[in-house]
Design a binder for this molecule. Structure first.
Ligand code: FAD
Ligand code: NAP
Length: 313
């Protein structure tokens, strides 16, 4: 029986692992389906992690985190978790994609969030063939070519700036004329010569041929505008990854809000004793690396107290 199972190895999960092991728990496993680091590893630049100055990519920021945790005894299992079962004796069973399972006294859920699809014609068919949600991964394919970016939040604007350094031109397509990104980021976008703002425009259709995307049609007040580009990057927000909390009847093992986010208190306790949540998955998450890490520390401290109470009364 594990003392603590941590599901997800982004900033929240890794920090929970660091605090849990360094805080005295002997038997802690972090289950991560890919490489540890989380979604920030797909970001070309992070400039708001305290104490880290200069240009640094998300990948570089996260690189030392797993090693630091392992030093204190965190075990990493590279496997997808399918579901977390809450049993009648109050413990948990982690059901894994390799068809095995493990029991745990307590669980911290840190499965984060995943990019939303926009919902225009051709998006799914051409996904991975010119439609992308990762500029760091795919931007290089469009070196000295023109691309379109869809969205008006921090991600869309930051990734437009990144793409503008590689591509000859970036069309930034947004459905309103106001951006919700940070003011400093908006200023940088406005000052970048090869970013053209296509405002009050909703994407209608991405089209292409056997080689992939060849263009994007957007709906504007003046009618349909055709933007002939080989790459379309979509950044329209995130969905929380709460599937592991779902039972067969689609109800969850703890309370969620209407958006599917996990309801927690200030100690990251969910409505189910022994189950904690941290990072982007929780209600009112600021969706920042520093906040996810802070949540992970709080969740681990709470889990240690819960396990101590359970074992020693
Ligand atoms: P995540 O980072 O999403 O990590 C969750 C982890 O859980 C993932 O590694 C995933 O593989 C794993 N996982 C999910 N489901 C399962 C499962 N069933 N089984 C096993 N493993 C699973 N924040 C900033 O502070 N500054 C920035 O500049 C910034 N830039 C960003 C740029 C981009 C392009 C994006 C997408 C986000 C950015 N963010 C930024 C937001 C930041 O990345 C997130 O707030 C943060 O990563 C959330 O951490 P997390 O640990 O909660 O979740
Ligand atoms: P977001 O802030 O939710 O912005 C999503 C954008 O996409 C909005 O501009 C929205 O338009 C647009 N949009 C949504 N659905 C659309 C649709 N169907 N068609 C067209 N446009 C659509 O998402 P995000 O930029 O991914 O950011 C997610 C969170 O991570 C935020 O909290 C953000 O602050 C944080 N983050 C922070 C940083 C940073 O601190 N540097 C970097 C990246 C992300 P409207 O504006 O009209 O709603």
């Amino acid at each position: 029986m594990l003392d603590l199972a941590i599901i997800g190895g982004g900033p929240a999960g890794l920090t929970a692992g660091l605090y849990a092991t360094r805080g005295g728990l002997d038997n802690v496993t972090m289950f991560e389906k890919g490489m540890p680091g989380g979604q920030i590893t797909g970001s070309s630049e992070i400039e708001n992690y305290p104490g880290v100055t200069g240009e640094i990519s998300g990948m570089d920021l996260m690189m030392p985190w797993p090693e630091q945790c392992q030093k204190f005894g965190l075990k990493h299992s590279m496997v997808e978790v399918l579901s977390v079962e809450h049993k009648s004796d109050g413990t948990f069973t982690i059901h894994k994609g390799d068809r095995t399972s493990e029991d745990a006294l307590a669980v911290v859920i840190c499965t984060g969030s995943t990019p939303k699809r926009v919902g225009f014609k051709g998006e799914d068919d051409l996904f991975g063939k010119g439609v992308s949600t990762c500029a760091t991964c795919d931007g290089f394919f469009y070196k000295k070519k023109e691309v379109a970016v869809i969205g008006g939040g921090d991600t869309a604007l930051e990734e437009s700036l990144y793409l503008a350094k590689i591509c000859s031109k970036v069309y930034l397509v947004h459905r309103r004329d106001k951006f919700r990104a940070a003011p400093n980021t908006i200023k940088r976008v406005m000052e970048t010569e090869n970013i053209e703002l296509v405002l009050n425009a909703t994407p209608e259709e991405v089209y292409g041929d056997a080689m992939g995307v060849t263009g994007l049609k957007v709906n504007t007040a003046e009618g349909i505008r055709d933007i002939p580009v080989p790459g379309v990057f979509t950044f329209v927000g995130m969905n929380v990854n709460n599937e592991v909390l779902k039972k067969e009847d689609d109800s969850a093992i703890c309370e969620l809000n209407e958006q599917g986010e996990v309801i927690v208190d200030l100690r990251m306790r969910t409505s189910t004793p022994g189950l904690f949540a941290a990072g982007d998955i929780r209600i009112v998450a600021p969706k920042q690396v520093v906040c996810a890490a802070g949540d992970g520390a709080v969740a681990a401290i709470s889990a240690i107290a819960y396990i101590d109470e359970k074992l020693n009364g």
